[in-house]
Design a binder for this molecule. Sequence first.
Ligand code: BV8
Length: 246
Amino acid sequence: MAVDLPAELIDRLRAARRIVAFTGAGISAESGLSTFRDTQTGLWAKYRPEDLATPQAFRRNPRMVWEWYEWRRGFVAQAAPNPGHHALAQIEAARPGFLLATQNVDGLHARAGSRNLVELHGNIRRTICLDHRHPAESWAPVDEPPPRCGQCGAPLRPDVVWFGETLPEAALRRAQEAAVQCDLFLSIGTSTMVYPAAELPFMAGAHGATVIEINPDFTPLSRLANFVLRENAGTALPAVASAMLD
Ligand code: BV8
């Protein structure tokens, strides 16, 4: 289904030179990955993600948290980038001043070819140890998960930012600098509720960027955005890319 973009928006897309795309779980929904706030299914239905993605939950019940991530990694391994991810990689290839800042931990942007990319909340496909963040590519099987670090014996954990943990400093700073300098900010598939990442679209708007929201639902950014495309990312982003580049 084609998306009709207003003429004013097309002009701004074509004129934009410094572009930031900011993505959340919604861009991966069409790759079959449930969004962060979708109800969890099966075994995990009774838990809220915010209650599992915390250092406290891991300290209290490391096995449960480890197995929750194993369960999610299974879905991520089966998922593939969708037209939304590919459209952003296409824009990056055509616009040198492009940066993609994602909150997602599924690694789908990199698999779609995005390189000017910061992962603000880490990556579920990377595993580190709890005590020293030693990277772990593989680990010995254990009777009682989580497995242990081969270097120091500490429990292993996913290399993601849990609630209450600080974001990777360099990644956040790079995203913030790009947000205040860009002339076009695309906020895609995010409920715009998790800070400090959710500050980025507001910082861009405050510095005069054209802010475009792509989300089927209303969010706290909707009233501030210059343009709102109430569409799925997999539909809207190819239309944005072709308006910008064709
Ligand atoms: C921090 C990785 C400093 C893990 C994630 C009390 C104590 C400590 C901190 C806080 C506190 N109270 C508040 C805070 C701050 C907290 C926060 O913001 N909480 C929120 C809930 C209020 N933030 C933090 O803790 C951050 N750290 O502040 O450190 C500090 C330190 C100590 C003490 C104080 C401060 C860390 C935040 C990072 C947490 N980690 N993920 C994991 O994945 O397991 S966040 C998690 O939410 C995901 O990364 C996700 O990306 C992110 C945001 O969610 P969304 O991506 O927006 O996804 P969501 O499901 O919400 O929305 C999907 C959207 O897509 C919807 O709008 C939907 O309409 C739309 N959609 C659906 N389908 C489509 C679509 N759009 C387009 N196309 C479609 N097809």
